[in-house]
Design a binder for this molecule. Structure first.
Ligand SMILES: N[C@@H](CCC(=O)N[C@@H](CS)C(=O)NCC(=O)O)C(=O)O
Length: 406
């Protein structure tokens, strides 16, 4: 029998932990997608502060606040994930609350502005980074003395805390941070590799080498005319001299079709009538490959201009691959209901060496396109021409904004 409805969305850690608690307790809880800035009128009446998660039980129970919800679910079966003694139960609440109220709040002020999810202000980001130490050192001490936050087994406090700091590992906890916090790193690896972690999309984090750096959006107009600027000539030799190691794609040597010729054609000619036919005439699938690139966390996108900033930041971080890469990433849809997708031309047959120069490349999925298939060919054309809506399940989304990587 249905236990009730949980309001939230996949990809959101507070929703994910609530769903996981329901699963651990063997409860049949239905997820109703809500949040990410998108709330129905009925929900706004139920939860006027418009936040998720919330739970409405089949028996009329009503709860907001993730800690209350997971506690309610797990206590249905007296789960040891809530702790086993009176003191352990209180300790579990202690860490749930500390991570929810203190750690998550501080960390989000650090990483969110760096990836375009909050407005960027250098001083504020530096302050949040410095202040986060005061909070993280508390976790580090606890996890140096103990394998888990409470007792000798994994509790909901571990899962919840790891879920809330997941994004910080993805964006800012680089190698030097991890060297300073070995116990948190060890514990995070342990928790995120447990089989239950799958409920919590996204799956295990990949560590970044260095914290993502803020890269301001380029000052180009976002209108289509922006495409008409000719690409800056690439100072090829000087650039390679400066680098310690050559770019792995450099080993492929010069292509018959220099990517700059295509970039210039794309920038200077009308896309559909001239540039695209030119491209297909010159494209050699032995030299280059074509890729569909999808952002993985569309449910977390809010305002479309912020999605556009996110693309701008990603492109800046890809700049080491400018000589081997061309493409467009577009935003389709409206604020709080948008997707980021696009098409890229890559020198060689593998997308990875071109994209992994950007620390956040794993936030995207890469699907190889086969231009001998009409469907794949028109996808590339639509992504580079910016003149068609995107077909999505159950309809289509209008073009909202786009950026060219060149
Ligand atoms: N105190 C609340 C905080 C809930 C919260 O901040 N929810 C965020 C998502 S994690 C939210 O609803 N943000 C607005 C949105 O998604 O539109 C709790 O612990 O459950």
């Amino acid at each position: 029998m249905s236990f009730g409805k949980l309001y939230g969305y996949i990809g959101n850690p507070r929703t994910g932990v609530s769903l996981m608690a329901a699963k651990l307790a063997g409860l049949d809880v239905e997820l109703v997608t809500m949040g990410g800035g998108n709330f129905s009128d009925d929900y706004a009446e139920l939860v006027p502060i418009k936040k998720i998660p919330a739970f409405v039980g089949t028996d009329g129970a009503f709860l907001t606040e993730v800690i209350a919800i997971v506690t309610y679910f797990l206590s249905q079966v007296d789960s040891p994930a809530l702790g086993t003694t009176k003191l352990e139960k209180a300790e579990v609440l202690r860490w749930l609350s500390f991570s929810n109220m203190e750690v998550a709040a501080k960390l989000s002020l650090w990483w969110q502005p760096l990836v375009g999810r909050l407005p960027y202000n250098k001083k504020n980001v530096e302050k949040a980074e410095a202040e986060s130490d005061d909070y993280l050192i508390i976790l580090e001490k606890q996890l140096t003395a103990h394998t888990f936050l409470v007792g000798e087994r994994c509790t909901i406090a571990d899962v919840f805390s790891a879920a809330l700091i997941y994004r910080a590992f993805q964006y800012v906890f680089g190698a030097s941070w991890r060297a300073k916090y070995p116990a948190i790193t060890r514990w995070f690896t342990l928790i995120t590799n447990q089989p239950f972690w799958d409920t919590l999309k996204p799956a295990p984090a990949v560590f970044v080498e260095e914290a993502v750096k803020y890269t301001p959006p380029k000052k180009e107009p976002v209108k289509k005319e922006a495409k008409k600027e000719a690409p800056a000539a690439q100072p090829e030799e000087e650039e390679t001299k400066e680098k310690a190691a050559p770019h792995p794609i450099a080993a492929l040597g010069n292509a018959k079709l220099p990517i700059d010729s295509w970039k210039r054609t794309y920038s200077n000619e009308d896309t559909r009538p001239v540039a695209l036919p030119w491209f297909w005439d010159h494209f050699d699938p032995e030299e280059y490959s074509l890729w569909r690139v999808n952002y993985k966390y569309n449910d977390e996108l809010t305002l479309t201009f912020m999605s556009s900033n996110l693309i701008g930041g990603f492109f800046n971080r890809l700049s080491a691959s400018t000589k081997y890469l061309f493409g467009c990433l577009l935003v389709f849809g409206t604020s709080n209901d948008s997707v980021i997708t696009g098409a890229f031309l890559v020198r060689g047959q593998d997308y990875k060496p071109a994209f992994d120069v950007a620390p956040d490349w794993e936030s995207y999925e890469f699907i190889k396109l086969d231009p001998s298939k009409a469907e794949d060919k028109s996808f590339v054309e639509d992504m580079w021409a910016w003149d068609k809506p995107l077909a999505v399940e159950g309809g289509s989304k209008e073009f909202a904004d786009g950026k060219v990587f060149k």
